[in-house]
Design a protein around this ligand. Structure first.
Ligand SMILES: Cc1cc2nc3c(=O)[nH]c(=O)nc-3n(C[C@H](O)[C@H](O)[C@H](O)COP(=O)(O)O)c2cc1C
Length: 204
């Protein structure tokens, strides 16, 4: 068997935009970002895979003003000021009730929704795992649109969920500030990454 190493399908500029040059941004450039960017990013990321296509990610856009102040109360101290200042902020959550949409998402899986209705713990685990996958897709989809992201896990998730998600039952995963990069001062110093030698093993 011949083994070939394929050249990347995206060019270097695209890979730089998504990965090599992209940074986690704490302070953004001046200027508003249209909330429609979140919808547009979702229209792209929704085609990336999840287990059985359950697609549990749910997004709440949080405009500046009273809604942003309401969210900021739940952020960790070190994340509060930058959340208030960000051009756009989105709360990424997961829906443990995803099984009610399987008629659209997995129409051939007869009886799955009924089975999952009786398995709330399994649903919560599936929702979290696949929601987190989709959060990763969201970060890349926003970067692909030329935006910079500042992901934050530092917030009181129970308090945020009680405040924002009481009616929906969604569980928050990540709060993401979105804007245009004001590099280099809007980022922290770039830390290293593990090398492929440390990470990739081949089963012998
Ligand atoms: C799941 C997740 C949670 C994070 N939580 C926080 C946070 O609460 N506050 C913060 O300032 N940065 C947070 N970050 C940013 C990371 O520290 C940052 O992405 C990482 O250090 C890589 O930085 P770089 O993209 O600039 O290389 C978080 C990132 C991710 C993906």
């Amino acid at each position: 068997m011949t083994t070939t190493t394929l050249a990347p399908a995206l060019d270097d500029a695209a890979l730089d935009l998504l990965f090599h040059e992209a940074r986690s941004v704490h302070t953004f450039a001046e200027g508003a970002v249209d909330p429609a960017e979140i919808t547009a990013a979702y229209e792209t990321l929704r085609w990336a895979p999840t287990a059985m296509n359950i697609s549990p990610l749910r997004l709440t856009v949080v405009p500046v003003g009273a809604p942003r102040e309401r969210l900021a109360r739940h952020m960790a101290e070190g994340n509060r000021a930058k959340t208030l200042a960000a051009p756009l902020t989105v709360v990424a959550a997961t829906d443990p009730g995803f099984h009610t949409r399987l008629d659209t998402l997995a129409p051939t899986r007869t009886g799955l929704a009924e089975r999952l209705e009786t398995q709330p713990e399994q649903r919560a685990e599936m929702a979290r795992t696949n929601g987190l996958l989709q959060v990763g897709y969201l970060l890349l989809a926003l970067r692909a649109r030329g935006l910079a992201v500042g992901p934050m896990g530092g917030f009181d998730a129970d308090a945020l969920d009680a405040d924002l998600h009481a009616a929906s039952g969604w569980r928050s995963l990540l709060v993401v500030n979105v804007g245009r990069a004001a590099a280099p001062d809007g980022t922290h110093p770039r830390a290293g990454r593990l090398s492929a030698d440390d990470v990739v093993v081949t089963l012998g």
